[in-house]
Design a protein around this ligand. Structure first.
Ligand SMILES: [Zn+2]
Length: 567
């Protein structure tokens, strides 16, 4: 790639002050002149030196809409940039791994190959047929639940990998509490990669911890060991706090995250996890001098606490309200640090999927149709029922699947004829179930073209097609009805979830901010696959034609056009 020399003037008078300070630590063709105080300031036209790509796990467009009026920190700053309140993770399988795989590849899961968090490979030689999206299952030490972490299943490059191909001096760094978020945003050519495991940040097999991670682990370890009092709730959370009974999880709705000494899991499921992740990000920026090199760097940060809290306590209680306040505060402190260093950076913030509250509270809050899924729809129960119906006796399961929705696989131990009969019986049984919205076979999905147009209007078939990857997807794909929560029984840490083809799980906010870039809000639907082409254009990064499923979004709300950079 070529860095573009500064364009002398942008069309239109842009009245944003302060872009002069973007010169603080850049040199050569990327620098901007210091604008005289009285003259109109310019929107930045040179590529930013640092891309900060943030995914807030399970941060639905609904949460953003509910809480945006209260933000005063980092999220408030991003709301002064380019705001797309209706971005779509357009595909049907709205899980963490597929969602993160779209964000920096610009490709739907049908092309990233990341169809779900877990899928089944019935041809695997190891005993376990379940494959985790971010594992190297060829490593004998790997299992789907305790994986040897790898981005090997990702079939397309990430933005960081495109950057490094264009200029090997670009650094590609990714961190999160979750290994899969790190791998899907970073990809395989990754300079530093960290995720949380058992109370510490860890990295890829065989790699040493960077000094920044060692330092963060010492600080975080001390915080976990000492425990901490509950967070104070802002006034605007006062209306929350009504408790609701969620099965074996007991009462939820009034928690404020008091931390018992030594409880590393509770630390992870609290706002403290996001703060620690951002602390590590800041330390890596300092150690690696990210944003100060001769080529642009990319730092991907996936903040997982919103998701852990959503799963543990739903998204309409005191817990999520406190989390929204703390997320906003932690992001504000992080951006303030970048400002103090004079970094020339662009921020993109979005989510990997949305989420739905727990049905027990939805029932009290005007959505009585929300229910927990019928246990008869779990893969094990389906397999037993089909086996009985067809008189089949097998050593292993007849139907494999990770959850009571999504991809289902029929055993390869059956000969072709009986196997086809079993698939047909499975489809018929699912289609007859009142909680099932749609059922598609792999053949049906393989035959249909990749969907285009407004993702809000896609049919269920089109949503499922965007999640379909040959040789990895199930023989049958099941989509549950709206507001059917695919958790049979609430348990501690797991009362509510996401993963459906409905818009409460597909619709997420998308925000871009860069100092001096005129802001705007565009309510029309966009897609998370638009992020990579938009950032690539901002970076003047050339990628091969056809690399992206999405389109470039012009992030300049005034006359300038960030998709139209000439060099
Ligand atoms: Zn997630």
């Amino acid at each position: 790639m070529r860095l573009r020399a500064l364009a002398p003037v942008l069309a239109g008078a842009l009245s944003l002050a302060g872009c002069a300070s973007t010169t603080a630590n850049v040199a050569g063709p990327a620098s901007l002149p210091v604008a005289p105080a009285a003259s109109p300031a310019l929107a930045p036209t040179a590529p930013p030196r640092l891309v900060v790509a943030i995914a807030v796990d399970q941060f639905s467009a609904d949460l953003f809409a509910q809480y945006r009026q209260h933000f005063s920190g980092g999220l408030a700053r991003l709301m002064r940039g380019a705001v797309f309140p209706s971005a779509f993770q357009s595909h049907a399988a709205t899980e963490t791994c597929p969602g993160h795989s779209t964000i920096l590849t610009g490709a739907h899961p049908s092309r990233t190959g990341i169809i779900a968090n877990n899928w089944f490979d019935l041809g695997l030689t190891r005993a376990e047929k379940r494959v985790y999206c971010a594992e190297d299952e060829t490593d004998p030490g790997s299992t789907s639940r305790d994986p040897v972490v790898s981005a090997g299943h990702l079939r397309v490059p990430t933005l960081g990998e495109y950057l490094k191909r264009a200029n090997p001096r670009s650094r590609n760094v990714a961190i999160s509490a979750k290994d899969r978020a790190v791998m899907m945003m970073g990809g395989q050519a990754i300079d530093e990669a960290y995720w949380y495991k058992g109370g510490a940040f860890v990295t890829l097999k065989g790699r040493p911890l960077a000094p920044a991670a060692v330092a963060e682990n010492a600080e975080m370890g001390a915080r976990i060991a000492s425990g901490a009092p509950a967070f104070a709730a802002p006034d605007w959370c006062a209306a929350r706090g009504e408790t609701v009974s969620a099965g074996k999880a007991g009462l939820v709705g009034a928690g404020r995250f008091a931390l018992a000494p030594g409880d590393a899991d509770a630390f992870r499921s609290s706002p403290r996890m996001d703060a620690a992740t951002l602390d590590l990000a800041a330390k890596l920026i300092d150690q690696m001098q990210l944003g100060q090199g001769s080529a642009p760097d990319i730092l991907s940060i996936s903040l997982s606490a919103t998701d852990y809290i959503g799963h543990a306590t739903g998204n309409e209680g005191m817990e999520m309200c406190v989390q929204m306040a703390e997320l906003d505060r932690a992001l504000g402190a992080f951006f303030a640090k970048l400002d103090a260093e004079g970094q020339d950076y662009v921020v993109m913030l979005t989510a990997d999927h949305g989420g739905l509250d727990l049905p027990e509270r939805l029932d009290e809050q005007a959505l009585p149709r929300a229910v927990r899924v019928d246990p008869a729809l779990t893969p094990g129960e389906l397999g037993k029922a089909i086996g009985t119906q067809l008189g089949l006796t097998l050593d292993g399961p007849l139907v494999y699947g990770d959850a009571p929705f999504g991809d289902l696989y029929v055993t390869r131990e059956l000969p072709a004829g009986p196997r086809a009969k079993a698939i047909a019986a499975l489809v018929a049984r699912l289609r007859a179930h009142p909680q099932v919205a749609a059922v598609f076979t792999a053949d049906e999905l393989a035959k249909s073209p990749a969907p285009t147009g407004n993702p809000q209007d896609w049919t269920l078939h089109e949503r499922a097609r965007a999640s379909f990857a040959p040789a990895r997807s199930g023989d049958v794909v099941v989509l549950l009805d709206r507001a059917v929560v695919p958790i049979v029984t609430a348990a501690p840490g797991y009362v509510a979830t996401h993963g459906s083809a409905w818009d409460y799980d597909r619709r997420v906010p998308l925000l871009f901010w860069r100092k001096g870039l005129p802001g705007f809000e565009q309510p029309a639907p966009v897609e998370t696959v638009d992020i990579a082409p938009s950032l690539a254009a901002l970076l003047r990064l050339k990628v091969p034609e056809g690399s992206f499923d999405g389109r470039c979004l012009d992030l300049d709300g005034a006359a300038g056009n960030t998709c139209d950079a000439r060099d």
